[in-house]
Design a protein around this ligand. Structure first.
Ligand code: PBG
Length: 326
């Protein structure tokens, strides 16, 4: 190392720091997750996720427009049903909230990319991501239902379907079902590397999707495993996924970084509900500066190697970046 080298030379002014900056956050990196509920004129605040709401179909496009106005290119939709049952039957209904929201968004904000979460947990009475047989989640019996849900989303006009259930073989089952019905151009963003995480807590309250017995450790990944991430991701690539996702993000930056070197598909990272709530809660107490920590956490996810970030901060962060660049 050249002993005359002084790292501080390149940190001296804002201009020089900008010039040598290696990673850049952009509004087009963000995907904004939204919760859609039955009814009309519903804008219900989420207790554990300050600043976020459950939206009825008639109101959701205004929120999506507001996000698009500050540069957010894509949204991810979660639905809550009128009624839950053992098989989560409402999830694949043409008249379901997600299907109706997709149609509406495609008409009212056609420039925004619409991604839908494909899962059963918000729709089943037991709150698990699959069908229950003899007290266990039955993998293969679930595949057909997931394919049906994905198909109903594609029919409504979704650009991308995003299976989050973690059943084995679901990407292939969905790809085949879509192709059979002529939806060869509907892409699949696979929640390929999804850990059984405590950071999903606030989401489960928002989506009313907490399991009524047991937990999700028989299908979501063990937080202790890093090598297994490569196997999970490779499987989904082989089954036909177009985008691979790692979830959660901040506690799993090592996994994002490792997969960036191993997988050549676009890589998404999900900054999940608990990651959002922690920052909001600390900021509300005056313990952290919200803006600084929000941008720093998003930047670190990009620096680790994510091409895109699913984040509840999407609208807020994009608005901030837009103001900075103005
Ligand atoms: C549904 C699903 C979950 C999340 C996304 N899709 C919850 C879970 O797996 O329990 C979590 C998202 C978040 O915490 O923000 N399977």
């Amino acid at each position: 190392m050249d002993l005359a080298y002084r790292p501080r030379r390149l940190r001296r002014t804002a201009a020089i720091r900008r010039l040598v900056r290696e990673t850049h956050l952009r509004s087009e990196d963000f995907i904004y997750p939204l919760f859609v509920v039955p009814g009309t004129k519903v804008k219900e605040p989420l207790a554990a996720m300050p600043g976020l709401y459950r939206w009825s179909v008639d109101l959701v496009s205004d929120e999506v427009k507001a996000a698009a106005d500050v540069g957010v290119p894509a949204v991810l939709l979660f639905g809550l049903p009128e009624q839950k049952d053992e098989l989560g039957s409402e999830a694949a209904k043409r008249s379901g909230v997600v299907q109706r929201a997709v149609k509406r968004l495609k008409k009212e904000v056609p420039e925004v990319l619409v991604i839908t979460d494909v899962c059963l947990c918000g729709y089943t009475s037991h709150g698990h991501c699959g069908v229950i047989h003899h007290g266990e989640v039955d993998n293969d019996a679930t595949l057909e239902l997931l394919a049906g849900i994905a198909l109903s989303h594609a029919e409504a006009g979704a650009d991308i379907v995003a299976p989050s259930d973690m059943m084995d073989g679901r990407v292939l089952a969905i790809r085949e079902a879509l192709d059979e019905q002529g939806f060869t151009m509907t892409a699949i963003m696979s929640y390929a590397v999804k850990y059984a995480s405590g950071f999903y807590g606030p989401f489960r309250e928002a989506a009313a999707s907490a399991p009524q017995f047991g937990d999700r450790r028989s299908y979501q990944m063990d937080p202790a495993n890093a090598r297994e991430a490569f196997r999970e991701a490779t499987l989904d690539v082989e089954e036909g996924a177009d985008i691979i996702m790692v979830k959660p993000a901040l506690p799993y930056l090592d996994i994002i970084s490792q997969l960036r070197g191993e997988i050549d598909l676009p890589l998404a990272a999900y900054q999940v509900s608990g990651e959002y709530s922690m920052i909001k809660a600390a900021a509300a107490n005056g313990w952290l500066d919200e803006t600084t920590v929000m941008l720093e956490s998003l930047l670190s996810i990009k620096r680790a190697g994510a091409d895109m970030i699913l984040t509840y901060f999407a609208k807020e962060a994009a608005a901030l970046l837009a103001r900075r660049h103005a």
